[in-house]
Design a protein around this ligand. Structure first.
Ligand code: ZN
Length: 299
């Protein structure tokens, strides 16, 4: 081998070793669809931060712009505020984010929107796609669930949206945790401990003040005190209510945590995120789940 080739090879090795171990081959590509500019953050921020820390590529898409989700403000200015909040959370998590310019509360599972979701999944060359389940309290959540489900096969069909190359391999489609039971309850297929990134997830939630600190669509002026002590208390109340919520997932699906982490480590997990595997995308076996979620270590 010529000296220059040897140097080039050595540089390649150096570049590769600078990457975290699990992303040295091909980084995973994950795209997540939430109906509003807080849905992905609430359900996936912890796992997203863990993927990002390992060099994997994560993108959050808010399918609506959140322009009616506040008790005091609405319209274009709120949409702009929501987009800048989401960009801030993306910086904290080390991921990409996009907010589609569709009115909050008016999302429908139309053909046009199916094309949009299909193109976004293809453009990202996704290995994993996440979204809401189609049974949910909010019409926009239901529409996202329907749209992602509708795209789950079409992303592989070349003459659907032929302007954007189809994926040769169907991604794994996953649904977010929810508590709705009709027609069927959420099934926790995959559990991820987020204890090591809980502060990052809380920071991401705090970077969305229009949603949580100020109370969102059903809030009111009573939630936003004028004095410093009141503001500090409100911030703390929001932080702790979310900490409890993220911990309740670990409590509720403890058996599954033990399955993934082994009994001893599984019992120690405090906060977690849970996902259901869709029947319509590629169905990963246990080995592939551990490749796609490279967080479990040896059992
Ligand atoms: Zn929402």
């Amino acid at each position: 081998m010529k000296k220059s080739l040897l140097v080039a090879a050595a540089l390649c090795v150096l570049a590769a070793s600078a990457l975290p171990a699990s992303a040295q081959n091909t980084p995973l590509r994950i795209i997540a669809f939430g109906a509003h500019p807080d849905d992905n953050e609430l359900r996936l921020a912890g796992t997203a931060a863990k993927w990002a820390a390992l060099g994997h590529q994560v993108k959050f898409v808010s399918v609506t712009n959140g322009d009616i989700g506040h008790w005091r403000e609405a319209g274009g200015p709120l949409a702009r505020r929501r987009t800048s909040e989401v960009q801030e959370t993306a910086k904290i998590l080390g991921i990409a984010a996009q907010v589609l310019d569709i009115h909050d509360g008016e999302l429908e599972p139309t053909l046009e929107n199916r094309r949009t979701i299909t193109r976004l999944i293809r453009d990202w060359k996704a290995d994993i796609v996440l979204g809401h389940r189609p049974n949910d309290y909010h019409p926009d959540h239901r529409a996202v669930g329907q749209l992602v489900q509708d795209a789950s096969y079409m992303v592989t069909v070349p003459f659907f949206c032929p302007d954007t190359p189809a994926l040769s391999r169907n991604p794994v489609f996953l649904s977010y945790e929810d508590n709705f039971t009709r027609p069927n309850p959420f099934r926790a297929d995959i559990l991820v401990s987020i204890d090591d990134v809980i502060d990052k997830k809380i920071a991401a939630v705090e970077a969305l003040p229009s949603q949580f600190y100020e109370g969102g669509a059903n809030g009111g002026p009573q939630l936003v005190p004028g004095d410093e002590a009141g503001k500090a208390k409100r911030r703390n109340d929001v932080r702790e209510s979310f900490r409890r919520r993220f911990m309740s997932t670990a409590t509720q699906y403890r058996d599954k945590l033990r399955e993934y982490y082994g009994a001893e480590r599984g019992d120690k997990v405090q906060a977690a995120e849970a996902f259901e595997i869709s029947e319509y995308g590629r169905k990963p076996n246990a080995e592939e789940i551990r490749r796609l979620f490279p967080f479990y270590g040896a059992r």
